[in-house]
Design a protein around this ligand. Structure first.
Ligand code: PHE
Length: 414
């Protein structure tokens, strides 16, 4: 009971602050909280009461403050991606400020919710650049969103680091766009090799999300690699993000009697696909990519998804003390085991902070050049060395879906 008292007081204080503000013109911050409230399906209240996941307004930047922009999916079908990403960045920034990493300057982040939509992601970046004057942008997760963001960041000459978008086209947008994760030509190869060598699969069917650049890209690579390794793709079916009935595609797949089904989509759809596959009597394992990584996968997929495998960036079970320290500190601060999104976001923010330390000034050009130099940077989701195409080259892990958690299976090196 006693724990609720401070919360009530805080809520009261926020309501009062909101009332006082009513007569003032809407600020950027107020807009942001409205946007997030609407994104979660509700209408914006007259007195904005921050909903979970609502960006916390940050004071305007002054000469002692360095502002970093974040655009990510805090609401919508990829909400857990955005929340983990924001948490990972928040953690890195707090640590840097506590350690006075920038010698008297304080780092702040401004976070916009793109609702998992490319148009919103593009708009968020435009706003971060033209209104907030951020020095650098971090985000997003889903490649389709990052593609839209990269276009704007590149045109404005503001460096952008995506923590976790794996589609190759993202960094191909230009020399200001970086990532701290591997790319899908590698990730698709990893799962093809695993299917062929570990599972001894001869025939695999594919079920792709035709609204996602990520899913289409992975389907392509997996198909090519699995065939090169002597396997056969029995059929390729498609769905659109947000669909809820996959029975027609799964029935068609069942007829081809595959040894496994590759489903390179996002957790929100994959969980439901797993249930419907089992209902239709399809018992073979499902295989996927990093897009499965969410605590929600267990909830949505239940026992239907157990025993399936996906490629990912790191395993929170890794006994390395540095990783276990990150896992326990994250748990204490944000609750829950940090997924790959949180780890990669933490890494991306730390790469950005490292560049800020090394760059002679905070101009786009100086920061871009500093980021491009990143070499042997010790991340949580592997060591980051950026190649000439501004991608990180690092190993992938294969995880097995268990009861409410993932189990580490193997690591595949590039
Ligand atoms: N790689 C995915 C994409 O590019 C995003 C993702 C990364 C999702 C890591 C989950 C974990 O769309």
């Amino acid at each position: 009971m006693r724990r609720f008292v401070p919360m009530l007081l805080t809520a009261l204080a926020m309501m009062m602050a909101g009332c006082e503000k009513k007569t003032q013109p809407a600020s950027t911050e107020t807009d942001t909280s409205k946007q997030a409230a609407q994104g979660s399906g509700g209408t914006a209240p007259a007195t904005p009461t921050p909903a979970p996941g609502t960006p916390v307004p940050t004071p305007p930047a002054n000469s002692n403050t360095i502002l970093l922009g974040v655009a990510t999916s805090l609401t919508g079908g990829q909400a857990t991606f955005g929340v983990s990403t924001r948490n990972g960045i928040d953690m890195a920034v707090k640590e840097a400020n506590a350690a006075d990493a920038l010698k008297g300057k304080k780092l702040e982040i401004r976070v916009y919710d793109d609702q998992g939509k490319p148009e919103e992601a593009a708009q968020a970046v435009t706003r971060l650049i033209t209104q907030d004057h951020v020095v650098l942008i971090l985000g997003d997760v889903a490649s389709s969103n990052s593609l839209a963001m990269a276009e704007k960041a590149q045109a404005a000459g503001v460096p952008m680091i995506t923590p976790s978008s794996t589609n190759p086209a993202v960094t191909e947008k230009g020399e200001y766009i970086f990532r701290v994760c591997f790319i899908d030509p590698f990730q698709g190869f990893v799962m093809a090799k695993f299917a062929r060598e570990n599972l001894k699969a001869n025939k695999v069917a594919v079920l792709q999300d035709n609204k996602s650049a990520y899913s289409i890209g992975l389907t392509d690579v997996f198909t090519r690699k699995f065939t090169e390794m002597g396997g056969k793709i029995t059929s390729t079916e498609s769905y659109s993000q947000g669909d809820t009935d996959y029975r027609a595609q799964l029935t068609a797949i069942k007829k081809t009697q595959p040894d496994a089904i590759y489903v390179p989509g996002y957790y929100s759809e994959v969980g439901v696909i797993a249930r419907q596959a089992r209902e239709l009597g399809l018992k073979v394992p499902l295989l996927g990519g990093d897009g499965w990584d969410s605590e929600k996968l267990f909830e949505l997929g239940g026992s239907a998804i157990q025993g399936s495998y996906f490629s990912n960036h790191y395993s929170p079970e890794n006994p390395d003390p540095r990783i276990q320290k990150f896992v326990s500190e994250y748990k204490a601060a944000y609750g829950g085991v940090p997924d790959a999104l949180a780890a990669l976001a933490y890494d991306a923010a730390n790469v950005a902070i490292d560049a800020l330390k090394k760059a002679p000034d905070t101009s786009g050009k100086a920061l871009r050049d500093a980021i491009a130099q990143t070499k042997d940077f010790p991340g949580i989701a592997g060591t980051v060395t950026l190649d000439e195409k501004r991608n990180a080259v690092k190993p992938a892990v294969v995880l097995k879906v268990g009861d409410g958690k993932t189990e580490y299976v193997t690591t595949v090196n590039p």
